[in-house]
Design a protein around this ligand. Structure first.
Ligand code: IFM
Length: 474
């Protein structure tokens, strides 16, 4: 490991490769606002937010943090941080309001202006084409469980790529298909709020099919662009070595991780997961798998925590992110429990486990060695209130990021081809079913005035980027 001295004489204990990308991430519905402007059509999240009881406090993304109007200021913030890349998502409803047919030039122009502002600031644009906001008219026709939606997605992706492909090099197709499929169609905690396990498996499959179709079409236009998807992976461990717990860990790892990794990177589904879910009649076609497994250039990993699971009856721990505990029948057993392992938690109730990130990275590289990796999301959400002078002393977030960056550094030292890190998130924003109650940003946003104030973590991250790694501690 090399070490550096910065101009204050502090030593840097973890020095990342020079070409490592330092980024932050956001998503359209969580930040843009301007829901009724610029020709944007309704998405499933507009509908879901208006369904009583679905989103805390009845919050919506109608205004969010008004990034649609304030993006020049936000790009300046990114520049002040020293970001070398920015991951954002494109709202399908803004670009193609009906999800089919006519495209909306005003929507495309917005993203072109954003991309140009980023390039002018020396920040590489990293768009994601789908971060959960399906146009409502497509949901009305059946949504992701319908095969046709995969074709509509590929058409939309190709159009965006034609508009921006001359200035964008790195493309992410789908973000966290696990959430869109299982929180959206099985547990109903996310839009569109359905409770239909069979539909959720089809939703997972068709997102991946759309991903493959889109990459085939985009790559045919610009073979030198880099294409991939972002999946949310967890380290998964059994609560004890009781065979029932070990099997529960296998099943959850199967549904959470391998159900996506195997098709995307190996072109096949894991046999055991197909068996676990066989009661739902999901039988993937070989021809689809050939498309889904189209080679990707980069895999985005979103990592937040570890799942510790038990397969024996008992009290289930309710975690903020897990549909498994309340809807366990669809995971192939009535007995899957998520149990606390006693680690400190973030404001989301998610256990902090940076070793889990190292475990995920080394495991993905071991099992799928061909692909370059990026951390496309990693961060910590808290219920924060600023001090009287508007500052936020978020030492919890700094500790979280520091530990996870060190885990990344260890993985690189172990030979993992990790090429960049995007923290979630640049700005406080709309945290889905939690509304505005949880804050993940490096930059605090006062939702009443839209004033942005960088938190202590923003200054800390700027220092990390400047030095090329987290500073030595203690
Ligand atoms: O805010 C979300 C993001 O949209 C997807 N990944 C997890 C984040 C925190 O919950």
């Amino acid at each position: 490991m090399t070490s550096l001295k910065d101009d204050t004489g502090a030593t840097t204990a973890a020095q990342f490769p020079t070409a490592f990308r330092w980024g932050a991430a956001t998503a359209a519905y969580q930040i843009e606002g301007a829901a009724g402007e610029g020709g944007r059509g309704p998405s499933i999240w507009d509908t879901f937010c208006r369904t009583p009881g679905k989103v805390l406090g009845g919050d919506t993304g109608d205004v969010a943090v008004d990034h649609y109007h304030r993006f020049p200021e936000d790009v300046r913030l990114m520049s002040d941080l020293g970001l070398t890349a920015y991951r954002f998502s494109i709202s399908w409803s803004r670009v193609q309001p009906s999800g089919t047919g006519a495209f909306n030039q005003e929507g495309l122009d917005f993203y072109r202006r954003l991309v140009d502002a980023l390039l002018d600031a020396g920040i590489e644009p990293w768009p994601t084409l789908y971060h959960w906001d399906l146009p409502q008219p497509l949901e009305d026709k059946g949504g992701w469980p319908e095969r046709e939606t995969a074709h509509r997605f590929a058409e939309y992706a190709t159009h965006v790529h034609a508009a921006l492909g001359d200035r964008v090099r790195h493309w992410t197709t789908i973000n966290e298909p696990w959430c869109a499929a299982f929180l959206g169609y099985a547990s109903g905690e996310h839009a569109p709020g359905r409770l239909d396990p069979a539909a959720s498996l089809l939703a997972a499959h068709h997102q991946m099919l759309g991903h493959g179709l889109a990459i085939e079409a985009m790559r045919a236009r610009t073979p030198d662009n880099r294409f991939g998807a972002a999946v949310n992976l967890y380290a998964v461990t059994p609560a004890t070595d009781d065979p029932a717990d070990v099997d529960a860990a296998r099943r959850i790892d199967g549904l959470q991780n391998r159900l996506f990794l195997d098709p995307l990177l190996l072109g096949r589904y894991p046999e055991d997961v197909l068996e676990d879910t066989s009661r739902y009649g999901f039988v993937p076609a070989d021809a689809d798998l050939a498309v889904i497994g189209t080679p990707i250039d980069q895999l985005g990993i979103n990592y937040y925590s570890r799942h510790t699971v038990a397969g024996t009856p008992g009290e289930a721990a309710q975690t903020a992110s897990s549909p498994f505990s309340t809807h366990s029948p669809w995971v192939g057993s009535d007995h899957v429990r998520f149990v606390p392992a006693g680690r400190p938690v973030t404001g989301m109730g998610w256990e902090i486990d940076a070793d889990g990130l190292h475990e995920v990275l080394t495991r993905v590289h071991r099992d799928y060695p061909e692909v370059s990796l990026y951390i496309t999301e990693n961060g910590a959400g808290y219920d924060e209130t600023p001090d009287g002078d508007g500052t936020v002393q978020d030492t919890g977030r700094i500790d979280y990021l520091d530990a996870h960056l060190r885990a990344c550094h260890r993985a690189i030292a172990d030979g993992v081809p990790l090429r960049g890190y995007f923290t979630w998130s640049l700005l406080d924003n709309f945290e889905w079913a939690w509304g505005y109650s949880k804050r993940f940003g490096l930059v605090h946003v006062d939702y009443a005035t839209q004033r942005r104030v960088p938190k202590d973590s923003a200054r800390w991250y700027a220092g990390v980027i400047r030095r090329g790694g987290p500073p030595g501690r203690g």
